[in-house]
Design a protein around this ligand. Structure first.
Ligand code: SF4
Length: 276
């Protein structure tokens, strides 16, 4: 059986840098605090907890003498403001590509445009993008776009991990509703590259395995993308979820993973499949 792991499967550079920064900061200060999980992956969060990287719900739960790490997918303005007001030691692990989305959305708003953010409702990155400008609207489906009234001037950005197909479908609807429309394509290049590799691999493989937490919208989206091209697609969180019966009569297995999946989980899954 041939096993092909997508070249850029797993951690994107933004998540990798943020996780490394969390380890380094915990080592230096004994503890570091984060408002919510650093990535949507239970294994990573548990590993970090063991070295002193702790998750809290509220900024007031962070001891004043300990650093607060701002996660890769960006934070609301109120978090920055409260932390600065309290004089906290802020460690900014926001991905530079997320900072860029924040800059773009502000520029579109300054042009007098109504802002639409294409992304998942309630996702941390989307919440933070929408928070950068007043009265922004989050759209996650074409039905939501269809329900909008006519608008004179609007600007659109997207969550960094959206599929281009979903974004295009929503923009097609908005083009009928908005007179002056400007779209800045903020799907990040690691996401585009990952999706491209999955499309290729799904066509070449008998079975596709996508590794990622079921709490990760990004991983679930990659699984859906693979399913459209290969019905033998399975999402797993780690090697324990692998079922040997999936590989009966299988010659080629393709493996990819969400941006929040660490390298060691990919290796464990590959090793388990190789053992069959
Ligand atoms: S998915 Fe893209 S934007 Fe998000 S952290 Fe990774 S590289 Fe940055």
């Amino acid at each position: 059986m041939k096993i092909i792991v997508a070249k850029d499967a797993g951690y994107c550079f933004g998540v990798r840098d943020a996780v490394n920064l969390a380890y380094d900061t915990a080592k230096e200060h004994g503890e570091v605090y984060m408002l919510g999980d650093i990535v949507h992956n239970e294994n990573v969060v548990n590993d970090l907890e063991k070295v002193g990287a702790k998750v809290v719900e509220n900024i007031d739960d962070v001891p004043i003498d300990k650093p607060l790490l701002l996660r890769a997918h960006g934070s609301k303005r109120s978090v920055w403001e409260s932390a600065e007001k309290k004089g906290m030691n802020l460690v900014d692990a926001t991905c530079p590509l997320v900072h860029e989305i924040h800059r773009e959305v502000k520029k579109l708003s300054e042009e007098g445009r109504k802002i639409f953010v294409i992304g998942d409702h309630g996702h941390d990155e989307v919440v933070a993008i929408a928070d950068q400008v007043p009265n922004s609207i989050v759209l996650s489906t074409v039905d939501e776009a269809r329900s909008l009234k006519k608008i004179k001037k609007a600007g659109i950005v997207s969550q960094s991990t959206q599929t281009i197909e979903n974004v295009q479908e929503i923009i097609n609807i908005l083009m009928e509703k908005v007179f002056d429309l400007r779209f800045v394509n903020t799907i990040c290049y690691p996401t585009k590259r990952n999706q491209q590799q999955i499309k290729q691999l799904a066509k070449e493989s008998d079975v596709m395995i996508i590794i990622g937490s079921f709490t990760s919208a990004n991983s679930k989206r990659l699984t859906s993308l693979s399913e459209t091209l290969n019905k033998n697609t399975y999402q797993v969180t780690d090697s324990k979820d692998i079922d040997s019966s999936w590989f009966n009569d299988c010659e080629t297995v393709g493996i990819s993973a969400g941006a929040s999946t660490p390298d060691y989980l990919i290796k464990e899954v590959k090793d388990k499949i190789m053992s069959f």
